[in-house]
Design a protein around this ligand. Structure first.
Ligand code: DGL
Length: 266
């Protein structure tokens, strides 16, 4: 696997993986990135879990077989908490998922009061319960499902202003617990809202745990060491989408990179 040929695929319901894509482009400017956004079923977190499980595995497998990437990133907690094992049985290249950073949060929290913001599907998942049992049994864990934050984030990346009044209203009750000092962003979309979340929690000294950097490190650790030196070709970014509602210019601005976009009809 040489960097000039390196191809990395990513898949989310929308723009949730763009912070990770952005970080990877900076680290691997000569790699080819293919980002599949299954926005026909955005937001995943509000759909039937059995439907998303089947669809995600089906589309990701077809995308893998057609595009033959060297590594597949699933920058989506909702999908990762459900399908990673299934996908890894089918796809033989490294598959990097994103799951809620409960372990990190429980280690960081001084008050042992941790929050998690995620989609409804992630909040209700047995996977999350297992993570809490294993890594945060000494903590009070407050959970909040928020499709509103998912939509606000998607709109922000689409070039619209975030309705901060709505955002504040959405998390007001969640932030009421005085001991809360650490919150896991258990949905990749929420990484794009950190400035707004910090403003909404001003004066509360909350640490927002975002997995972006950890995932980038994990991806880099799976690539051969010599890759960063072999940089004789220019990289590229292709965005594939299933519903033609993306503001491609705004997406391109967000990742500081020109994008080629393609409508898929899977
Ligand atoms: N960005 C995704 C996640 O991390 C999915 C959000 C959604 O489509 O509901 O869970």
């Amino acid at each position: 696997m040489k960097e000039k040929n390196l191809k990395i695929a990513l898949m989310d319901s929308g723009s949730g993986g763009l912070a990770i894509l952005n970080g990877l482009i900076k680290k691997l400017p000569h790699a080819h990135f293919e980002y599949l956004c299954d926005n026909l079923f955005f937001p995943f977190g509000e759909q039937e879990s059995s439907f998303i499980r089947t669809r995600f595995v089906h589309i990701a497998t077809a995308f893998y077989e057609t595009n033959k990437p060297d590594l597949f990133v699933i920058p989506c907690n909702t999908a990762s908490t459900m399908i990673l094992d299934d996908l890894r049985k089918i796809i033989t290249i490294p598959v990097v998922g994103v799951v809620p950073a409960i372990k990190t949060a429980s280690q960081i929290s001084q008050s042992k009061t941790v929050g998690i913001l995620a989609t409804k599907m992630t909040i209700e998942s047995p996977y999350l319960d297992a993570l809490i049992k294993e890594f945060a049994s000494d903590c009070l864990v407050l959970k909040k499902a928020s499709p509103t934050l998912v939509t606000l984030s998607e709109k922000k990346i689409g070039g619209l202003k975030v309705d901060e009044k709505l955002l504040n209203e959405e998390i007001k009750d969640f932030l009421k617990e005085e001991k809360l000092d650490t919150v896991v962003l258990g949905c990749t979309h929420f990484s794009q809202l950190i400035p707004e979340l910090e403003r909404a929690s001003a004066g509360k000294n909350i640490q927002w745990i975002d997995s972006t950097e950890a995932i980038i490190k994990r991806v880099l650790s799976l690539l051969p060491h010599q890759l960063s030196k072999e940089n004789d070709t220019k990289g590229s970014v292709k965005i594939f989408y299933t519903k033609d509602t993306l503001n491609k210019e705004s997406w391109a601005n967000f990742i500081f990179s020109p994008v080629h976009s393609f409508h898929l009809f899977p």
